[in-house]
Design a protein around this ligand. Structure first.
Ligand SMILES: [Zn+2]
Length: 114
């Protein structure tokens, strides 16, 4: 499936989320699974280090945090809440989800939190 068909496919229901089983949800699942694989692979490499330095430790923390976010995103997919901003309930742009498939918020809301 192409990126375009995901963008032009299911626009989401009234909640702004991706309905489970729809084309956009399938695409999101693919992206999340890929993300989880690459995170687990990198984490495995880092955990294989005998004397990790501070940067490696920090990276491990980031990866573990992201993996939790990925799991939470899978849950939202099952519930049909995926793709809807947690704060404003507007759809999170597909382009953002392509880059960060586990994003909980649209760019505007995420920036207000920082
Ligand atoms: Zn928002």
């Amino acid at each position: 499936m192409t990126v375009n068909s995901a963008v032009n496919g299911t626009a989401g229901d009234a909640l702004g989320g991706h309905p489970p089983g729809g084309a956009a949800a399938r695409r999101a699942r693919e992206l999340l699974e890929r993300e989880r694989r690459t995170h687990l692979a990198e984490l495995g490499l880092l955990e294989g280090e005998n004397a990790p330095d501070e940067a490696a430790m920090a990276r491990r923390g980031t990866l573990q945090g992201n993996l939790e976010e990925i799991d939470a995103a899978f849950l939202r997919l099952d519930q049909g809440a995926y793709g809807s901003c947690e704060d404003c309930r507007e759809p999170v742009p597909e382009g953002r989800l392509e880059i960060i498939p586990y994003a909980r918020r649209c760019v505007g809301c995420q920036q207000r939190r920082r």
